[in-house]
Design a protein around this ligand. Structure first.
Ligand code: SAM
Length: 313
């Protein structure tokens, strides 16, 4: 038997030669160029594990052969399959609870006051960019419909986009394991979700009220956007930019801000910040920003500072 001089196995568990450093560097470049996602060297084993089964399925003999297949058709179906296997899709209902408190305590009262004074149309538009399997846009839908119901003349529109067709297929079904119900406030759970029965007993499903206000679309935030019209009152782009490097992060933020209404709000994940990234927004609490373009921006930032000071007292 020939000895393998390195400590690496000669083939992966499915009989394909392990991903070499050179091949990993080629995948890194390809994925960064297409999706803006930077795969750190520690992700090599993960990439190998995630691609091996696919390569075998397609009957390709090596990572190089698979790479060629993707590169030869950069807009093709296999590029989508590759990106599906690279993205991290972890998500929860009502993730970052302080942001939902901020919506209810700060933003919604401001909208209600604007409505009472006359200048605000009763349409609320939200974009969940990097929506994964739908927990984020449906959490937003529950919160908004509770405070701004159609019965009072309000219309809620939520656009939910992601790079991965796999998560979008799952999000469109709007079915989750019932174990996830603990993430949803009890009142919302009872009002907006349906419990499965029979073969679906271990699942829950979005009820028609929230289902009807969320629309899903595949969109790569790393490319120019031409399919979206109008501005949004709220943009959520949480736990997405964390996988990008500084250059692509800056480009994506500038692109997204073109779609934020004057005095609209921008939400990030807990480990992300826009400090030093753009001057077009002002921080109103950690991870939440207001568009500086609107007349409400200074007022809003001031009001939040007061609230935080009084809470601290
Ligand atoms: C960790 S999940 C975050 C989900 C949700 N926003 C949250 O905070 O719970 C990150 C999502 O960003 C998506 N994503 C990664 N790169 C993207 C890109 N270039 N364009 C659009 N979506 C992307 C991934 O497919 C994944 O579903």
């Amino acid at each position: 038997m020939t000895k393998n001089p390195s400590n690496h196995p000669a083939t992966t568990s499915l009989g394909i030669k392990p991903l070499s450093e050179r091949e990993f560097a080629q995948f890194q470049k390809l994925i960064y160029g297409k999706a803006g996602i930077y795969l750190a060297p520690v992700k090599k084993a993960l990439l190998e594990a995630r691609l091996t089964r696919r390569i075998k399925q397609l009957g390709n003999k090596s990572f190089t052969e698979y790479l060629r297949r993707v590169v030869d058709d950069p807009e093709g179906a296999e590029m989508i399959q590759l990106l599906d296997r690279v993205a991290t899709n972890e998500t929860h209902f009502f993730r970052e609870p302080r942001q939902f408190e901020f919506l209810e305590q700060q933003i919604f009262p401001r909208w209600a006051a604007q409505d009472a004074a006359g200048p605000r149309p009763r349409l609320i538009r939200v974009w969940s960019a990097g929506c994964s399997t739908g927990e984020e846009p449906y959490s937003i839908a529950m919160t908004l419909l509770d405070h701004f119901p159609p019965s009072a003349g309000w219309q809620v529109e939520i656009l939910a986009t992601d790079l991965s067709t796999r998560v979008l297929d799952s999000a469109r079904k709007a079915v989750w394991p019932i174990t996830k119900s603990v993430e949803i406030p009890h009142g919302y759970l009872k009002r907006f979700m349906l419990k499965g029965s029979g073969a679906q007993a271990d699942n829950m499903k979005a009820g028609p009220e929230i289902f009807s206000v969320v629309r899903f679309e595949r969109l790569n935030l790393n490319e120019e956007i031409d399919s979206i019209a109008g501005r949004f009152d709220l943009i959520f782009c949480r736990n997405v930019l964390i996988y990008f490097d500084a250059a692509s992060r800056g480009r994506v933020i500038e692109r997204l801000l073109n779609y934020l209404a004057p005095s609209g709000y921008f939400f990030l994940g807990h480990a992300e910040t826009l400090n030093g990234v753009t001057e077009r927004v002002r921080s109103v609490m950690p991870t939440v920003y207001i568009h500086c373009a609107g007349p409400q921006a200074n007022l809003a930032a001031g009001a939040v500072r007061n609230l935080e000071t009084s809470e601290a007292r």
